[in-house]
Design a protein around this ligand. Structure first.
Ligand code: SF4
Length: 350
């Protein structure tokens, strides 16, 4: 067990999610009779510790964005519990009414995927960053002005930009404005939903480094949702891999990238391009498409695409279990076999 994992296990988590579900009904006919359910998030249990970055990865449609939004109750969960521990205060987030929820919003914020649509084109940058403080109703205009100037400077923009409108900025600058807005009320937990996916690669690095600096300075905890594994590897302390609404693997970043224990993670990692011609990177091609969340396969959801599938995989759903200290995987054979794909090659090279 790594030193980090030992320290983590001694801590009280900042956020505990148990049995979280988000199902959407499928209705048909004039009577809108319910004929099925889309299981976008299906029984997710995880903990996020103070000051860590938990990366959440998976293919499009795996439920990672829905998970982030459900944790923040931007989307109401169907079932399950979300508990925050702020110092000695424990808050059952799922039990809060609308007014209490508004009060809690200062502690939990979101950075959105698309910096082009997440900023109101009719508001100046000053007003966009000031809006959360005005809505909180606890600050004078002088305090708001000071805070906005401070944040704009922190995210690397110039004060002369304050009276301009979003259309005058590049994608990277807009994402900086989105980050300044998210930090306006001094949150403790931030969900970054594909926060750098819409940006050029060189700008992605700047935004990631900014987020890391701000995390240290403000003692932030991030849930970093992304489909780009290299980005997640760069920023995350631990990584959670999702497939069809469920968590299939969760471990410290290095452990997961070098020693994946779930075949889906192994296949995702094999698809990362390696910028070294001396390394032979054998790509594992998963047959077929991501399954249908409205009609989940029996047993292990991944069995139609898994190259290690056995008869039992079609019948029994493997639970997410701790295979080694701090390393969880939902595969019947996770501890019988060590999957050493692209990770092993990286180790040899190092
Ligand atoms: Fe593959 Fe079976 Fe493991 Fe599922 S339980 S990931 S089908 S080996």
């Amino acid at each position: 067990m790594s030193e980090n994992e030992r320290n983590r296990q001694k801590q009280v988590p900042l956020l505990e999610v148990s049995g979280l579900k988000k199902y959407y009904p499928i209705e048909a006919g004039i009577s809108k009779k319910q004929v099925g359910l889309v299981k976008a998030v299906d029984d997710v249990t995880l903990k996020i510790y103070k000051n860590e970055v938990l990366g959440v990865v998976g293919e499009s449609g795996c439920g990672k964005t829905t998970l982030g939004r459900t944790i923040l109750r931007v989307i109401e969960p169907t079932d399950g519990s979300i508990v925050f521990h702020f110092g000695d205060k424990t808050i059952d987030f799922t039990a809060l009414n609308k007014k209490e929820l508004r009060g809690m919003r200062r502690h939990i914020q979101m950075v959105f995927q698309n910096p082009y649509t997440s900023l109101n084109p009719r508001m100046t940058i000053f007003d966009i960053v000031a809006e959360p403080m005005r809505l909180a109703g606890e600050y004078t205009e002088a305090e708001i002005s000071d805070r906005v100037r401070y944040l704009i400077d922190k995210v690397g923009l110039e004060l002369k930009h304050l009276n301009r409108y979003p259309h005058a900025f590049s994608g990277g600058q807009r994402q900086r404005i989105g980050i300044a807005r998210a930090l306006a009320l001094g949150p403790k937990f931030v969900v970054a939903d594909e926060a750098v996916s819409a940006l050029d690669v060189s700008i992605q690095a700047q935004i990631l480094n900014l987020m890391v600096d701000l995390k240290e300075e403000y003692d932030l905890t991030y849930m970093f949702v992304a489909h780009n594994l290299s980005v997640v590897e760069h920023i995350s302390d631990r990584v959670c891999v999702m497939y069809l609404g469920s968590v299939v693997e969760l471990a410290e970043t290095e452990e997961l990238f070098y020693y994946p224990k779930h075949p889906y993670t192994e296949a995702l990692l094999s698809a990362i391009p390696v910028a070294d011609p001396t390394i032979k990177n054998e790509r594992i091609v998963m047959p077929g498409e991501v399954g249908n969340a409205a009609n989940l396969p029996s047993g292990c959801c991944f069995h139609p695409r898994c190259r290690y599938a056995q008869e039992c995989c079609k019948k029994e759903r493997p639970p997410l279990r701790e295979v080694s200290p701090g390393h969880f995987a939902a595969c019947h054979f996770a501890d019988a076999r060590r999957l050493e794909g692209i990770g092993e090659l990286k180790v040899k090279k190092a």
